[in-house]
Design a binder for this molecule. Structure first.
Ligand SMILES: Nc1nc2c(c(=O)[nH]1)N1CN2[C@@H]2O[C@H](COP(=O)(O)OP(=O)(O)OC[C@H]3O[C@@H]1[C@H](O)[C@@H]3O)[C@@H](O)[C@H]2O
Length: 268
């Protein structure tokens, strides 16, 4: 009988995945962004322990099979950070990441997920470990489609998106892309996670902004089928739905001035 022997992988060897590896200096970036956010962006969070947050983030995935991530792995981290966004100030987005952040940069009192501590820390980072190693895998990490959807990055964003939606209250906004065929996609994180975790006892209206780049032919709008699908889902959840088409004039401002809040939604 040939006994399959699992070859011990030295720390320098890791599984080979189809996705890009962990972001270089991941731990240092997490710590630095945590200090930045709690001291500068939201000083009222200055008492948060960034060393503990960095440790809890690392312990969520290190030495674990990167294709076996669960929400429970992140519970110690979630306990350290609870997103509190004031009512009427939550902004979701889908296929419009840059535009949504331009909007909240101009409308400082509004919050996308990146404007909360965990979203701010993790934005654009990648991370994974490996069973039997205390090292992060900087060579490759699982690709959500080619390897596995229950990888630690996808599970993280679904979990923080769910909590972000659960905490929302009052009028919430969503920035959608009118220059693609399906401005609302049921399979997106907004469509699959956030829409279904809004609490109808706390959220009374979802206000959709469908943004059209004038340079591009608009292929969806408030009267389009995908937005009507979103409207149906939202009204089924006893939440009011409103929608506004915004045609962005991407021409530069003649006088170079900063866009007003409203213009930031209707111009580049
Ligand atoms: N850096 C961030 N990433 C993500 C956020 C987020 O807030 N920040 N996400 C999801 N997300 C990741 O982005 C892509 C899909 O984007 P994309 O296809 O463009 O849009 P989604 O609706 O899937 O996701 C955006 C929506 O979910 C939160 C944020 O609060 C927005 O309301 C996919 O990998 C998600 O896991």
């Amino acid at each position: 009988v040939v006994v399959g022997v699992r070859m011990w992988r030295h720390s320098s060897e890791h599984m080979k995945w189809n996705g890009t590896g962990s972001t270089a200096h991941f731990q240092e970036i997490v710590l630095e962004r945590c200090y930045n956010y709690t001291q500068l962006v939201q000083p009222e969070l200055r008492d948060r322990d960034c060393q503990k947050i960095r440790e809890a983030f690392r312990n969520a995935f290190i030495s674990k099979d990167p294709c076996s991530a669960t929400e429970e792995d992140y519970h110690p981290l979630m306990k350290l950070v609870n997103p509190t966004v004031p009512c009427d100030k939550t902004v979701f987005w889908s296929k419009t990441k840059e535009l949504a952040h331009q909007y909240t940069k101009v409308q400082r009192e509004l919050f996308t997920l990146e404007d909360t501590l965990l979203g701010y820390i993790a934005d654009d980072l990648n991370w994974c470990g490996d069973t039997g190693s205390y090292e992060m895998n900087y060579q490759s990490c699982p690709h959500w489609k080619k390897d596995c959807s229950n990888n630690f990055v996808s599970v993280f964003w679904d979990l923080v998106s769910k909590r972000f939606a659960e905490n929302a209250c009052g009028v919430v906004q969503v920035v959608l892309n009118g220059s693609i065929s399906n401005a609302f996609d049921r399979k997106s994180t907004f469509g699959r996670v956030e829409v279904h975790n809004l609490n109808p006892m706390k959220v009374h209206t979802l206000q959709a902004w469908v943004i059209h780049d004038l340079g591009k032919f608009p292929s969806d709008s408030c009267s389009g089928s995908s937005i009507n699908d979103l409207k149906w889902i939202i009204m089924q959840r006893n939440i009011k739905f409103t929608c506004q088409d915004n045609y962005r004039d991407c021409g530069p401002f003649a006088d170079g001035r900063q866009p007003s809040p409203r213009e930031s939604m209707t111009s580049c």
